[in-house]
Design a binder for this molecule. Structure first.
Ligand code: GMT
Length: 376
């Protein structure tokens, strides 16, 4: 099969899932063409059967901003025609689904059949899609796609409820390569980031307001009052400076490490004792799943789809959004009880391995593509 994949190429869960999916499909024999404005961060080329097509959106004095959606649609149509794509799989509804639908309709006139599969990831529905300026076009993109998936039951329900979408949306969860994300996978460099005696609290995100970075720092502040601890923050984004300010106001710069964007995250995750994800809403929580595969239990919130991934009291503790004291107490309970921690760590790894294996989840996407291609 020849598959076009479009995603945001920058750091962020939807781009990661799209890239890992494309690589896994190519490894299994499909031909995959990534179409985006930059090479996705986790995509190292060259590799067999994987291609990248860059979208350039020229500007013009009359345009308010370069019309990326149109340039993307044009590139999608061009690639589909030139290489004979069977379908386009777009990740994150806006604007990718709209561009794909435009591309499909553009080339239909030439007798070329192209199908469109859209995967909903989270804020494309929970934030962007609910903005009145974008709601109707998000719904249009979903309804006109040939197949639609969501990464959790929660996201499927929000899509139906808030956007009044009536069509079938299949839940296909995210996945993790448990042979790469392993408890013993820390690099020698990562092992130097904390002392043996220090308890490492980890957080990985794109530092957007939805991640509640202040709560990450708040939990750490409470934990470090009780035990030797270190906070390792991975990623970058608009709230990183807020985190830096809070850390410096709290006077614990020496115990906090801002690593910025890290490509090989699997080499750092295993040094964590707990993974903090106190988000407002998390449709899935891919970073939490990656931590679990490395045997790191999660302290997070009972928000969105996170409870579908992390089992409260089994491989992590989930508290109400904003309950910083509750999350700090839960973290302390876990890290000060080695028997409990070991049980949670083993369970986290086991859940990632058994419930979210790359092969089985990729096979579900492949089966969906086949259904979509068979449908008239
Ligand atoms: O919204 C974000 O934080 C980024 C977004 C993305 O598109 O990169 O992440 C969403 O998709 C991930 C992959 O499916 C999920 O694991 C995240 O939970 C989801 N983020 C939110 O729902 C906030």
């Amino acid at each position: 099969m020849k598959i076009g994949i479009t995603c945001y190429p920058t750091y962020g869960g939807s781009g990661v899932v799209a890239t890992e999916l494309g690589i896994a499909l190519a490894d299994r024999g499909d031909e995959v063409h990534f179409i985006s404005y930059a090479l996705p961060t986790r995509l190292a080329l060259p590799r067999p059967r994987v291609f990248f097509h860059e979208v350039v959106a020229p500007t013009y004095p009359l345009f308010v901003s370069p019309p990326y959606t149109l340039a993307l649609a044009t590139k999608m149509a061009e690639v589909a025609t030139n290489v004979g794509l069977d379908l386009l799989h777009v990740h994150y509804a806006l604007p990718h689904a709209i561009s794909a639908i435009l591309a499909r309709d553009m080339i239909a006139g030439d007798g070329i059949r192209l199908k469109v599969v859209t995967t909903l990831h989270g804020t494309d529905i929970t934030i962007v899609g609910q903005d009145r300026s974008y709601l109707p076009i998000t719904r249009f993109g979903i309804e006109k796609s040939d197949g639609v998936t969501a990464v959790s039951d929660y996201l499927r329900e929000v899509t139906a409820r808030e956007l009044s979408v009536r069509r079938d949306v299949e839940v296909i969860p995210n996945f993790v390569d448990a042979s790469l994300y392993r408890p013993d996978g820390a690099s020698p460099f990562a092992r130097t980031l904390a002392r043996e005696t220090e308890c490492v609290l980890l957080h990985v995100s794109n530092f957007r307001p939805v991640k509640r970075i202040a709560d990450v720092v708040g939990v750490f502040e409470r934990v470090r009052h009780r035990i030797p601890a270190r906070l390792v923050l991975v990623g970058d984004g608009p709230e990183r400076s807020l985190a830096e300010r809070l850390v410096s106001a709290g006077g614990f710069e020496r115990d906090t490490l801002f690593l910025g964007n890290v490509a090989a995250i699997e080499t750092v995750l295993p040094i964590g004792k707990v993974f903090l994800l106190p988000s407002d809403a998390e449709s899935f929580g891919l970073s939490a799943l990656e931590a679990m595969a490395c045997g790191v239990p999660v302290i997070g919130t009972v928000a969105g789809g996170l409870p579908e991934v992390v089992q409260d009291g089994v491989n992590g503790f989930l508290q109400p959004v904003g309950d910083v004291d509750g999350m700090a107490d839960a973290a302390l309970r876990l890290v000060t009880d080695p028997v409990l921690w070991r049980r949670f760590s083993d369970s986290a790894r086991e859940r990632a391995v058994s419930n979210y294996p790359t092969g089985a989840i990729v096979a579900r996407y492949r089966a969906l593509y086949e259904n979509v291609l068979r449908a008239r």
